[in-house]
Design a protein. Structure first.
Length: 288
């Protein structure tokens, strides 16, 4: 009996630890069936969680207009999915081309991407269904006519989705945990080895996920050859990285190049192993 109670308590604790924290403000995009992502409109949600019960409000805005609707919601969390229905309107503003509809949805959090997403459907309006993609917001929820945020962010978000970028909170985590590694080259070569491509592509995703982030790229050589030759070789190694980055989606203005030749070895040039370590390109992040 004691063993059974222990196992039950352990499983309950494990479930509690893995519970997604849905509370707070989320912002995102609502896309009707038949629309492209770039046609989607703005949606905010403010979730108040008590045990597994959900209350709160949503705010929808039509892009490039001042029409909006604030709706009261109620729902529950089941198996780490957030389900809610829009029950009533608190405030709304319309125009001749806008019809607001109450809907219900089931949302699932993707811990890899950081997005809370799912489908919605309306029982009030026929043929009103589609998908919602939220990310955790640092803004306050506005229940009034004047929004807390302008609407420029939705254009950035649509582009993020197009590029396959993760949610901001995941990108911040990835950047803080990213470990720089040198890229090593063969003797007298400036060709990137295939084994480094996955690492470089990961760096590209991080840089493209932050508008204020740049990459410092610094080329090096071992001590074989003249100073002038080695400086040129280190430049060609740095340029090979630049070419790879640009080909795979980084804007040139987010890249900064240096070439040190043989001036900054990290190992001895008296052994083959030491020289191998010195034939490299180093990286660091810079902020605009």
């Amino acid at each position: 009996m004691k063993i059974f109670l222990f196992i039950t308590s352990f499983l309950f604790a494990l479930t509690s630890l893995s519970q997604i924290d849905f509370k707070g403000v989320w912002q995102g995009i609502i896309i009707n069936d038949g629309q492209k992502t770039e046609q989607g409109n703005i949606i905010f949600a403010d979730f108040i969680i008590t045990s597994n019960l959900v209350e709160g409000k949503t705010r929808e805005e039509t892009f490039k207009s001042d029409v909006y609707a604030v709706k009261r919601i109620k729902g529950e969390i089941v198996n780490n999915q957030l389900k809610f229905k829009q029950l009533s309107y608190e405030k709304k503003k319309t125009n001749s081309s806008t019809t607001w509809c109450l809907f219900e949805t089931i949302l699932t959090y993707n811990d890899s991407t950081g997005y809370l997403e799912g489908r919605f459907i309306s029982k009030e309006c026929r043929r009103f269904s589609g998908k919602i993609i939220f990310y955790r917001s640092t803004a306050k929820f506005s229940p009034n006519e004047v929004p807390v945020l302008g609407q420029d962010w939705i254009t950035t978000f649509k582009n993020d989705l197009k590029l396959g970028l993760n949610a901001p909170e995941i990108r911040i985590k990835e950047r803080s945990e990213f470990v720089f590694e040198p890229i090593y080259f063969e003797v007298d070569q400036a060709i990137i080895k295939p084994q480094y491509e996955a690492y470089l592509l990961k760096m590209i995703r991080i840089v493209n996920g932050h508008s204020d982030l740049r990459v410092q790229i610094t080329g090096h050589t071992d001590s074989d050859g003249s100073d002038i030759y080695n400086e040129d070789l280190s430049k060609r190694r740095s340029q090979a990285i630049i070419d790879f980055f640009v080909k795979n989606g980084i804007s040139v203005d987010k890249l900064n190049i240096e070439f040190k030749g043989e001036k900054n070895p990290i190992d001895t040039n008296k052994t083959l192993e030491g020289k191998k370590h010195n034939r490299r390109v180093d990286f660091s992040f810079m902020y605009k």
